[in-house]
Design a protein around this ligand. Structure first.
Ligand code: MN
Length: 349
């Protein structure tokens, strides 16, 4: 009996292997598989081709934080947060209607890549700066770089890498709860997540004259108040967003940052969003904008053709119990991409 049973099993397996593959080739659910941003294929930065529309790269570094650490886990949390939309929108052959933006897009015509993570040295911010700037420049030489952090200090090397690739003055649109213009500190020195805007201002291709901020709240130093009063940079505080709406604030920021330059870098600190929507960040500040506001801002930034690079930073997964913060961040990036590439996609179809 045992022998008969075994031979029947072998017979069944042989028949099955002839009729169908051993593993199903049907689409997998979004939560399955190895995660990249939007399910994009991976590639080393030096192997990027110039027909790629945008390339993501993570920077798992939080050596610049002044409060809760852990944004080093941000890049993979943001990749994970794209899994669902990535599987059923971005990998689909079908056109897809976005109810929020009233756009129809066909994402299979776009080429995205995930370059993995830039090399970092956890206990060496100077070495990390050099390596991230070089990595960002290599990506930017081929396509639009989209950096996923990591703490906000990383905007400094990412901006330097991008500007070095385009070799020109670059405007800066900055969504944040904090100014990040803290030039130096006895405790933290000159290089930390409160100082990147001061460092960018000193860099040859950066400057406050083309810097626009939206969402600022809490406390700032008196030096910042002087800059605001001098009209050196454009600022719409969170209170301005609440009073005049996100569209008016973003239009003012875009007009200021694009004036006299051909390229603009966008940086989104997820703490611009109110902690009730996005608690997973290291220096939360009450009174922020909504996730709907952030989506609208991302749409408007994607409509601005001078924007050539984007980052999203300060997602802290260990303080993000329901994943709402990483979802808000991932959604902002995808909304930006949809607005940015929408015309090209519909023109081609
Ligand atoms: Mn910031």
């Amino acid at each position: 009996m045992i022998g008969h049973y075994m031979s029947a099993t072998v017979e069944y397996r042989m028949a099955k292997s002839e009729s169908e593959p051993r593993f199903s080739e049907q689409d997998s659910p979004g939560y399955s598989g190895v995660k990249t941003f939007l399910g994009a294929e991976t590639v080393e930065p030096e192997d990027l081709s110039s027909d790629v529309d945008a390339a993501f790269y993570g920077v798992p570094y939080d050596g610049g934080v002044t409060n809760k650490p852990g944004t080093r886990y941000g890049p993979n949390a943001l990749r994970e947060a794209t899994a669902r939309s990535g599987s059923y929108i971005f990998e689909s052959d079908d056109e897809s209607y976005n109810i929020a933006t009233d756009r129809v897009a066909a994402y299979d015509e776009l080429e995205f890549r995930d370059c993995g993570d830039a090399p970092v040295v956890p206990n060496d911010i100077d070495k990390t700066y050099e390596q991230v700037a070089a990595f960002a420049e290599t990506v930017a030489e081929k396509t639009m770089p989209i950096m996923i952090g990591g703490d906000h200090y990383l905007t400094y090397p990412a901006f330097v890498g991008y500007a070095s690739a385009v070799e020109d003055d670059v405007g800066l649109i900055h969504l944040d709860a904090h100014t990040d213009t803290w030039s130096s500190s006895d405790l933290y020195g000159e290089h930390h997540h409160g100082s990147p805007m001061a460092r960018i201002d000193e860099f040859e291709y950066g400057g406050y004259e083309n810097h626009a901020m939206v969402g600022i709240r809490g406390h700032a130093d008196m030096e910042f108040l002087e800059m605001v009063e001098d009209d050196t940079l454009y600022v719409d505080f969170a209170r301005d967003v609440h009073e005049k709406g996100i569209e008016a604030c973003m239009q003012g920021a875009i007009d200021h940052a694009t004036d006299g330059v051909d390229q603009v870098y966008v940086t989104i600190d997820i703490d611009v969003v109110d902690p009730s929507f996005a608690p997973g960040t290291g220096t939360p500040s009450p009174g922020g904008i909504t996730t709907a506001d952030l989506g609208t801002a991302a749409d408007m930034l994607g409509d601005c053709e001078k924007v050539g690079a984007l980052d999203l930073v300060e997602v802290l997964p260990t303080e993000d119990p329901a994943g709402t913060t990483s979802l808000a961040g991932a959604n902002a990036i995808t909304r930006f991409l949809e607005s940015y590439f929408y015309d090209d996609v519909t023109d081609a179809s």
